[in-house]
Design a protein around this ligand. Structure first.
Ligand code: NAD
Length: 266
């Protein structure tokens, strides 16, 4: 399967080139960068720290889409718009990891998915997506006698809290119980807060060191506690999941899919 990487000199782009090269049954179709990028003209694989592959990093996205079965896009929303048009023109599947699309961008993705196969995810980690699916299931099985608390820890540089993934886990737990997270979310407890309300989903954030990302969902019952933890140690988890998604597109009908489709949860 021929896989092209747009934005191949970026942080994720380089990891994606490494992952394609290391994955049996996958062949690197080439890589592009945006206009003026200093990596243009360099060898795609050598720039990712591998042995040279003989293909230069190019600005010619049209040629890359024509040469690829599937293209992986971790770039910028403005670049994705052009990539969608090229994918439609060439019948190429797309794996979209780029975040920050506005309403128009999201509408363009949905429109293109009528013609081509697109897998889009805010988080391509296989483990995190398993944690989302299991959290939703467990929240449905363990009723509100089990108090749900979500703890996350990240490096000291992170500026927002709770993490987007923690909120996603809260949404999954709320969906499992058939409620809206907005109605049951308990955040930022401090001081005399009163007793915990039955059915609340609580959040706690820890910050320190260089922790890449840890999320634990706790179901605390009367005499037992179920805990489900995911620990990330490298951004390589995103490239591994994205290339799994790229391989999964083979032979799939046009449509907009996510990692839960890829992992067989839907
Ligand atoms: P980065 O800035 O290191 O890389 C982005 C690359 O895209 C850069 O090299 C840039 O030059 C290139 N680019 C910009 N315009 C381009 C164009 N027109 N054609 C080709 N290349 C172009 O950023 P990053 O950390 O690799 O993240 C990239 C995106 O992926 C961000 O939106 C980030 O939020 C997202 N991301 C998603 C996940 C996920 O699991 N969904 C995980 C990590 C990052």
């Amino acid at each position: 399967m021929k896989i092209g990487i747009v934005g191949c000199a970026g942080r994720m782009g380089q990891m994606l080139v490494q992952e394609v090269t290391a994955t049996q049954g996958c062949e690197l179709a080439g890589g592009t960068e945006g206009p003026g990028n200093p990596a243009l003209g360099r060898d795609v694989a050598a720039h990712a720290g591998l042995d040279a592959c003989g293909m230069e990093i190019s600005e010619d996205a049209e040629a890359l889409f024509a040469a690829s079965d599937v293209v992986v896009d971790f770039t910028l929303p403005a670049a994705t718009a052009n990539h969608l048009a090229l994918a439609q023109k060439n019948g190429t599947s797309l794996v979209l990891g780029t975040t920050g699309h506005d309403e128009n961008g999201l509408a363009a993705i949905e429109a293109a998915a009528k013609d081509i196969t697109i897998v889009k995810a805010m988080n391509f980690s296989i483990g995190v997506n398993v944690q989302f699916a299991i959290t939703q299931q467990l929240a449905g099985i363990l009723d509100d006698d089990y108090d749900i608390e979500i703890i996350e820890m990240h490096h000291k540089h992170k500026v927002d809290s709770p993490s987007g993934t923690a909120i996603g886990l809260g949404e999954a737990a709320a969906a499992g119980r058939g409620v809206s997270l907005d109605d049951v979310s308990a955040r930022g407890r401090d001081g005399i807060t009163g007793a915990r309300k039955k059915g609340d989903i609580g959040f706690a954030s820890l910050r320190g060191g260089e922790v890449v990302g840890e999320h634990t969902v706790i179901f605390a019952g009367e005499n037992e506690r179920v805990e489900f933890t995911h620990r990330a140690s490298s951004r390589g988890i995103f490239s591994k999941g994205a290339i799994r998604a790229a391989r999964w597109t083979d032979g799939k009908d046009a449509g907009l899919y996510d990692m839960l489709d890829v992992l067989g949860f839907k």
